[in-house]
Design a protein around this ligand. Structure first.
Ligand code: URA
Length: 210
């Protein structure tokens, strides 16, 4: 991936995103839409994925058929909202290794606080796709990528649903080598660090918490 930021401006993605933004959309429908949209975003973020071949027999002949090398891929969910994108990614790439980084945002400083980190081994051999629906200030995304790099990863992509210009700039400054794929580049952050127009708190909307 050469571009630092790719906005997936596809009609299905934009339609589903509009439904997710609507505050009247229920938790169950929100979660379902996130799963569906993650399939569509996965198409973009998985370009050039590591492949291998497997000997198979078609009705006509034996061939070495190209298949995904899921062992060479790691998905890393930034908890907790990342799990919504992770589920959809795993629908498509069930053999990928999976890691989790737990960060919460201190509501006063807006700085990330780490409470959990469990990553697959041999990250230096893998393409790592980190997932978090909201790239807001960029603080937690940058901290998560820092951790992933500390474990040896050098080939990393970042998948989100919405990005704020501030978060994109922060990521570009800290991790210019990490391409970002998103469904929308929104207007701005508000004074509380929420993306505007956004969709609210992605974790709360996914899990029905408040
Ligand atoms: N996290 C969210 O869930 N929503 C925002 O708008 C910003 C950060």
């Amino acid at each position: 991936m050469s571009e630092h930021l790719t906005v997936v401006n596809h009609p299905l993605v934009q339609h589903k995103l509009s439904l997710m933004r609507d505050k009247e959309t229920s938790t169950a429908v929100f979660r379902q839409l996130l799963r569906e949209i993650s399939h569509l975003l996965a198409y973009e973020v998985t370009r050039g994925l590591p492949m291998t071949t497997r000997a198979i027999e078609t009705p006509l002949k034996v061939m070495d058929a190209p298949v995904l090398d899921g062992r060479k891929l790691a998905l890393v969910s930034i908890l907790r909202a990342g799990n919504g994108l992770l589920d959809g990614m795993l629908d498509l790439i069930p053999s990928a290794r999976v890691g989790f980084v737990g960060l919460y945002r201190d509501e006063e400083t807006l700085k990330p606080v780490q409470y959990y980190c469990k990553l697959p081994g041999e990250l230096s051999d893998r393409l790592v796709i980190a997932v978090d629906p909201m790239l807001a200030t960029g603080n937690s995304s940058v901290a998560a990528i820092d951790l992933i790099k500390e474990k040896g990863a050098t080939d990393i992509r970042f998948l989100c649903l919405l990005a704020a210009p501030e978060g994109v700039a922060r990521m570009k400054e800290a991790h210019p080598d990490v391409p970002i794929v998103t469904a929308s580049l929104d207007e701005k952050l508000n004074e509380l660090g929420y993306i505007v127009p956004g969709l609210g708190d992605a974790g709360d909307r996914m899990f029905g918490t408040k």
